[in-house]
Structure formats: C-alpha cells, structure tokens
Design a protein around this ligand. Structure first.
Ligand code: ZN
Length: 831
C-alpha cells in the first residue's frame, strides 16, 4: 500500500504542513511555484517572525478551540500545540460501531487530522474517559488528581508554551472532566515552574517552565465574574473568526469548521458556516458570521510583560523575549511575508546568511532556551528550503511495520529554484541528530544513507532510498485499541533528515514520519467478541470466526488453540495476509471468559466473555429494526433467539410492517437517517393498527419538533426531550408502576437487573410528555431531582408505543443480563 507522507504526518509539527503539497511530477517543468507552494512559503515566512508557542488545553478531542489555534498560526505565525486530557473514548460514535478504546484510537487520529488543518500539533495525557460526569470530583476519582496533574505538568515542561488558552472553566455548569481539566490548567500553570513539584521530571532536557499567561474562554457575560481569574480589572482578547486568512482565501471560521468536521465520530457537524450559525440561539445569530471568541486573562507569571491594552486581538501582545534568549535567536529582517515575497532573492539571501551567522546548524544544548532555538532552527530551515525552491517528498511504502524488519523509504528531492544545490546527506535523522531534545526519534535506527555528495541543478530532481531498520525493541501499538494508553500508543516516530549545501551554507530539513508497529501475526478479531446466551440459545453450538493478519512478507506456521484445548487448529505455511479460521464449539455451562491463543511467530490471545441472561421471550416474535451506529441491537436479538430483520428506510416505506410483532428504531436513527422522518407516519400507522413501536434514545436537538428542519412531533403524543442525564451508572432505580406488564412479563424485572451497569443510566431524558404515557422507571444522580421519563409506554390505537432514553445499547453490548431481560419484555409487550 502506498501511504502518502501527508497522511502520517498529521500530528507532527509545522514541518508536516509544508511537505503535504502534491508536486508536479516533472521537475523540468517547474517554473512557477504552485499556489499550494505559495501558501507554504508564506506560512514559513510568517512562522519565522513569531518566536512564541500557544497551547490550547482541552478535555476531549473536539473540545479544542480550533478557531483560535488557526488564527494564532495562520494570522500571527505562532507555534501552536493542543493538549487533550483524554482520547474521548467515553463518547458516542455517530459513524460506526466502535466504542471505548476502539473509539479512542479513532478519535486520536481524527484529532491528528483536525490538527493538520489547524497547523497545530496534538498531544494527549491519556487519562481515561469514563463518560459524562457532572462534577470534577468524579473526574478526579477516576484520574487521580495528582497523577493527572503530574502528566499535564510534564507536557507543559516539555512543550514550553508561552501562553495557554482553554475553553473550559473550573466551575461552569459543564462536563466534570471539563471542570477538572480547567482546574488542572490553573494548578499546572504554577506547578510547571516550581522545582519542588514533580522534581523527578527534571532530567533529560526537561526543566521547569514558566508559562507567561493563561486565558480562559469567556462565555456570555460571565467575563467579569470568571472564578478562575486573579484580581484586577479584566483583560480581554477577542478572536474574530470572520476575518480572512491572508493567503488561503477562506475565513478562519471556515478553516476551523473544516477541522471540526474531521471529528466525524462526534458529528454530524454543520456543512457550512451558514448552517453553523443557525444552530446558535436566535439572539446570537448573524447570517454567515460567527460570534467573536472572547478570552479573559486569568493568570500571569510574576514579572510577565503586561498586556498593553485591556482589549486586544492577540494573546501574545507585549510579550518580550529575555535578552539572553533573543540574542540566540537571530532572525532575518523580513517585515511581512508579503513584502519578503516581493524580492525573493534578497529574502533567500537574508535567511541563509542569518542561518549561517547564527550558527543554527550548531548544537543548541546549553543555550538559554534550547527548545525555542530548535523550533526556530526548524522554521529557518523550512523557510530556507521553500524560498530556494527545494522540495523534499517522501512516501512510506506501508503504514504498518513489524519489529526487527526494514523499510525502504524513497526520498525525492526536487530543485525548483534557480541555483544549484548539493545534497550531502539524507536519511534517518538519528545519525545527524544534534539535539536530543527536539529531534530524537523514538528509537535509534540504522540506515543506509546517501554517502557521496550529489549536485542537483535547477529544474532537476532525483530519488534516493533510505533503508530504515525497525529495531527489535520497537514497541507494538497494533491493535491500536489495546495499546491506547501506552506512551507509544500513537505509533513509532521515524525522523528522516536531508542535508544540503547552497551558497556555501550547510542547511537541512527534517522529515518526521510515523508508522504503526504490529506483531508479526495479529489476532485482529474474534466474532462474536462477546457472547450472551439465554435459555433459548444456550444449548446451541456457537461458531466463532477468528481473523488473523500476517504483517510479515513471509508465510508463517502457527497454531491457534481455542478455549476447548481439544481442537487446536494448525496453521501451516500460511502465505495469505488475511486468514480466517472458523471454529464451531459448544459453550461452557456457566459465565466464563473464552480464550483463543495463537502461537508461532508471535504469541497472542483474544478473550471472549460469555454471559448468561435469564431472559424469556414471548413466542413467535418477528422483530424489524432500523439499526443505529452499532450492532448491539441485532446481536442482542440473536442472543434472545428471536427472528429479526434489519429494515432500511426504503423497506419501511415499501414493506408491509404488519408482519412484524415489533419494530425498533435504534439510537439516534432519526438523526443518522433523517429520511426516516418523512416516512415516520408509516411507523405510527403500524403501531396504531396493532403493532409495537419501540424507539431508543435520541438527543433533544435530534428529536424535538423543529420547523426549520421539517421535523414534526415524532411520537404519536407529545414527547419533548431535555438535556438531563443520569450519569451515575449505579444511581438507584425506582419502579413507579411496579405492576405494569412491561416490567413483569415475561420477565419480572427487579433491582438485580440494574446492577453492574456501564457508564450511565440514560441521556436526554424526556422533559414533558402527554398523560397517555406511563412513566415506569425513575432515577437521578446524587443530590438531583428525580427523572421519571427513562422508560415511557403508551397505548396507541390497537397497538403500543415505547420510548426509552436509557442507554440499553451500552448495557446490551456489555452483556448486562438485565438489559436483555428488559429488551425481551419490550419486544414481547402486548403478546
Ligand atoms: Zn468534552
């Protein structure tokens, strides 16, 4: 598989943005730089003028303020990084069945894609996202306050931001993980600078670090009373999303929306700024415009340069480098990028001369601020290469490697400039690394590299191949979900570097690459991955499908041992890359975890938990369902031994629904398949004529009647959702109508059925409903008002309608027996 550098670079610094440019294939034809090159060159010249780093701290992927990150990079040229407390694995998934760690691995990569557009560099603390919580104490209970702070302080000490901004506030009425993150930012602001805090971190180039300013997003009119703020009168920075990017021909808001859309699992996102504006409350709407983003200065370092004015448009206004640091960062005198581009020849000479005279090629260790010096070196090198018309491109032949192997990486060097250059050295960066701090790859790699000097005249190009050795010690991060929380969970960095000479000056350019490291042979999947058996299905032999992937180029011998040791499967000289093994086995008599073991070139195992649910169903059920984002519903119906059929929206339109005893609209289907709204009347008619229509939870803005979206009341009677949640998965459940048949037949529901729940009880609880509905279950988080709308049922004509905002899908998926018993009652209702 060809894997463009552009895709793997997403998470890596500014260098990434510059080498993503598709190039004309024939070097000789290059006369005028393409417009993408102009953008890259403009950005490189802008970056060169800004020595500062801005960090945005957020609890979850998609909480980052992408607009401000983009403005700080694209308008001002600041180095920008984002720091996320978690991978967001406790969230929902709007595009696929993955949840938990699998979702976290996807969201980490969505974040990298967003960061590529933002021109920023994402980092993660790897704290566990356990789902929605209402208080920061709950978050700290899971994270450990000290441990979480320790990680944040370490990232600040390594990344050395001058300014931190965050969307989150310590006390806003917000997600507990947001509040906890906001509190840690305030604490870390001081702790990172304090040598007595986490002193064990202060080694290997990591030192204390004093952030100059901390800004917290001001929402509505709360700027004046922001609780995170030190005394004094407020200082506000306003970021205007509606300004145009000086070179890219879009507004910052449009760029930010494009970045936001990369968080696809958290969608659906607006497609246009217009649509985005319509989601705001009416008093904040202005067609085509986004409201200003306002931040308040809440913390300043002792002796930090004061903001020159109480209102400004730049977090960095007035900051001054200490003289000792400034002296080590000589910069060419370029004024603005546009001016510099008017005379590219002079600009080129100025950059190259400053690089040479400033000895940027020299070792930065021991200097006053080696990190900033290394960042500036990188900026100088990128600007020098681009203004000289030199392009270095590389394509990884594969995205996934195995330890103890080698990889041939082609590096194409194009001289699109007017002057001869001499390429002196090109290949794995470790051999040329000068400062361990900023440039070290994760591992030291051996390589065969260009050893002789090679001249490259204007209009020419050549490609050389660097043989990168992946050492035996490379840490495996595949399957991604299994390694999510490990320091190497996002892959192995392979930093390449090319060096060349122009105008008698030695220059270089870094090419950061990233690969995933897989075991030689991987158990990719066992289906089913979790098994629930009921009295109906328990005695049936179960077929498991084990999918293996051979990541090596050579065949392998191995043995797959199932939990039933009598049935090992020998895999002899398997040359296929993808191997599928089917095993039909009888199940053990009790709850047990079944293990499949692989031996051979790599050892691996996969576990399949088996749960027994004593769930009875009425006879002769036929269930039609419109599936949501995952397969928890069809899997559960199979486990119950019920005949079922997935229905498309077209099926709903054209099928005679009366042949189903129940029809289920799965989670958030009115949002994921909005076409269903147009045929909703058919579903209601089905219930009215004697059917049993069951609707699982939706978000309030996906459900409530809304003229602008042509969405009527979707239930047969008034049913309005609010935003309330019960996030404590152990919150007590009260039976409001204990004798109601939905709670008693065929399975008598009891408190045991609500034990061991996962993540939460329910989301977006109904706020108002017609008296026709019977509310059966009540629950609430500690100290809050009881919510009665978790399970609503009404007679409708000759049939029934059930709406439930409880998270049955998480519980079905997690094998919680009570959820199977309740689903059995719902589909048996009225039979
Ligand atoms: Zn969040």
């Amino acid at each position: 598989m060809k894997y463009k550098l552009t895709r793997t670079l997403s998470a890596l610094a500014f260098v990434a943005a510059l080498f993503t440019v598709p190039r004309a294939p024939q070097a000789a034809q290059i006369t005028q730089p393409a417009s993408e090159d102009r953008v890259a060159l403009y950005q490189a010249l802008l970056d060169l003028q800004n020595p500062w780093t801005v960090m945005c701290v957020a609890a979850h992927p998609d909480d980052e303020d992408g607009t401000s990150l983009i403005v700080m990079r694209h308008k001002y040229g600041a180095h920008t990084v984002s720091l996320f407390s978690t991978f967001g694995e406790g969230g929902q998934n709007a595009i696929g069945p993955e949840l938990y760690e699998e979702l976290g691995a996807i969201r980490a990569r969505e974040t990298m894609a967003a960061a590529e557009i933002q021109g920023s560099e994402p980092h993660f603390l790897g704290l566990k996202d356990f789902g929605f919580s209402k208080t920061r104490d709950e978050a700290f209970k899971f994270w450990g306050h000290e441990e979480a702070l320790r990680r944040m302080v370490l990232e600040i000490r390594k990344l050395r931001p001058d300014v931190i901004i965050t969307n989150h506030s310590t006390t806003s009425n917000d997600h507990g993980q947001h509040q906890a993150t906001a509190l840690m930012v305030v604490e870390a602001f001081d702790a990172a600078a304090d040598p007595n805090k986490f002193p064990e971190q202060l080694k290997d180039g990591v030192t204390t670090w004093q952030v100059q300013r901390l800004f917290v997003r001001a929402r509505g009119n709360n700027a004046q009373q922001n609780p995170d703020r030190q005394g004094g009168s407020p200082t506000i920075v306003s970021i205007n999303p509606n300004e145009s990017d000086p070179i890219r021909g879009q507004t910052f808001a449009e760029e930010a929306l494009h970045a936001l859309q990369q968080h696809a699992t958290q969608g659906p996102w607006p497609k246009t700024i217009e649509e985005m504006s319509m989601r705001l409350p009416p008093n904040m709407r202005a067609p085509g415009n986004r409201p200003l983003i306002r931040y308040m200065l809440v913390r300043e370092a002792k002796g930090a340069a004061p903001m020159p004015a109480p209102e400004s448009q730049n977090f960095l206004d007035g900051l001054q480098l200490p003289a000792a640091v400034a002296q080590q960062l000589p910069l060419p005198d370029l004024t603005t990028p546009s001016d510099a581009l008017k005379n590219p020849e002079r600009t080129k000479e100025a950059i190259i001369e400053t690089y040479r005279k400033g000895n940027y090629a020299g070792n930065s260790a021991g200097l006053a601020d080696p990190h900033r010096r290394e960042l500036t070196r990188g900026k100088m090198e990128i600007a020098a290469a681009f203004i000289s018309g030199l392009h270095v491109e590389t394509q990884l032949p594969t995205k996934t490697v195995v330890a103890n192997s080698s990889l041939n990486v082609p590096i194409k060097i194009v001289n699109g400039g007017s002057e001869r250059v001499t390429v002196t050295n090109c290949g794995s960066a470790s051999a040329t690394a000068k400062s361990a701090e900023n440039r070290a790859a994760d591992v030291r790699v051996n390589h065969s590299r260009l050893t002789t000097e090679r001249p490259l005249s204007p209009g020419n190009s050549f490609t050389l191949t660097d043989k990168v050795e992946i050492p035996n010690s490379a840490k495996t991060n595949v399957p991604l979900a299994q390694h999510l929380y490990e320091p190497t969970g996002l892959g192995l960095n392979l930093n390449l570097r090319c060096e060349y000479e122009i105008d008698q000056t030695k220059l270089g350019i870094d090419l950061p690459l990233r690969v995933d490291v897989a075991p030689p042979v991987e158990i990719q999947q066992v289906t089913p991955s979790l098994l629930v058996v009921t009295p109906t299905t328990r005695a049936q032999p179960q077929t498991f499908v084990v999918r293996l992937k051979n990541h090596q180029d050579t065949p392998f011998d191995g043995k797959l041992q199932s939990f039933n040791a009598n049935l090992p499967v020998h895999l002899a000289a398997q040359s296929a890359k993808d191997i599928e093994v089917r095993l039909t086995q009888n199940l053990p008599a009790q709850n047990e975890t079944l293990t499949f073991n692989l031996s051979g070139p790599s050892k691996g195992s996969a576990n399949v938990p088996v749960f027994f649910a004593n769930a009875q169903v009425a006879r002769n059920l036929r269930v039609g369902y419109i599936r949501g984002f995952d397969f928890s519903l069809p899997n559960a119906l199979n486990a119950l031994g019920v005949e079922s059929q997935e229905l498309s929206v077209d099926d709903v339109k054209s099928t005679d629904l009366s042949r189903f005893t129940s029809v289920i609209v799965d989670n958030r289907v009115y949002e994921s398949r909005p076409e269903l709204i147009a045929v909703n009347q058919k579903l209601l008619d089905y219930a009215n004529a004697g059917g049993n229509l069951i609707v699982f939870y939706h978000k309030s803005d996906e459900w409530n009647p809304d003229e602008r979206r042509n969405r009527p009341q979707l239930a047969p009677y008034k049913l309005i959702l609010g935003g309330e949640r019960v996030t404590d998965e152990n919150a007590p459940i009260t039976f409001l109508e204990p004798d109601h048949s939905l709670l008693n037949s065929p399975n008598k529901m009891g408190q045991d059925d609500f034990v061991g729940w996962i993540q939460e009880r329910g989301l977006y609880y109904p706020r108002e409903w017609d008296p026709q509905f019977h509310a059966l279950l009540q629950s609430n988080d500690p100290g809050e008002q009881p919510l009665k709308g978790g399970l609503l049922v009404a007679d409708y004509g000759k049939g029934h309608y059930i709406y439930t905002s409880m998270v049955w899908y998480r519980e079905l998926r997690g094998g919680i027996p009570g959820s199977y018993r309740m689903l059995a009652n719902m589909i048996s209702y009225g039979r």
